[in-house]
Design a protein around this ligand. Structure first.
Ligand SMILES: [Zn+2]
Length: 113
């Protein structure tokens, strides 16, 4: 199984209060050993601002990137199973099953004659 793609809208970022540098969790900080995909809260205390070398405590958590498409991920999750069928296909299945059941009953009727 492959790792699910990183969702930049779900990872907390950190902003340097000194110089305004924004730690992007999607990119991490490879030069300082922070793997891409590390949320800001998981960045070690020893980490420093790559721009002005301020300690991590000078950063504020500013949350995930703005403009997240709310609800998109939920829709994808609920899209598993029966809900992936569009209403037309669902109706077709329901009425198809009814029709087959009706034919089945009618065949008994004719056999009984
Ligand atoms: Zn800084």
């Amino acid at each position: 199984m492959e790792q699910p793609p990183l969702d930049p809208q779900r990872l907390d970022r950190g902003e340097c209060n000194v110089c305004g540098y924004i730690y992007e969790p999607v990119d991490g900080d490879k030069a300082r050993g922070i793997a891409a995909g590390t949320p800001f809260e998981a960045v070690p205390e020893t980490w420093r601002c790559p721009s002005c070398n301020s300690p991590r405590v000078r950063f504020s958590r500013i949350g995930p990137r703005a403009g997240a498409q709310e609800g998109l991920e939920e829709n994808v999750k609920f899209g598993l199973g029966v809900n992936t069928l569009n209403p037309q296909v669902k109706n077709l299945l329901i009425f198809g099953a009814l029709g087959v059941g009706l034919l089945f009953l009618m065949s008994f009727y004719f056999v009984g004659q």
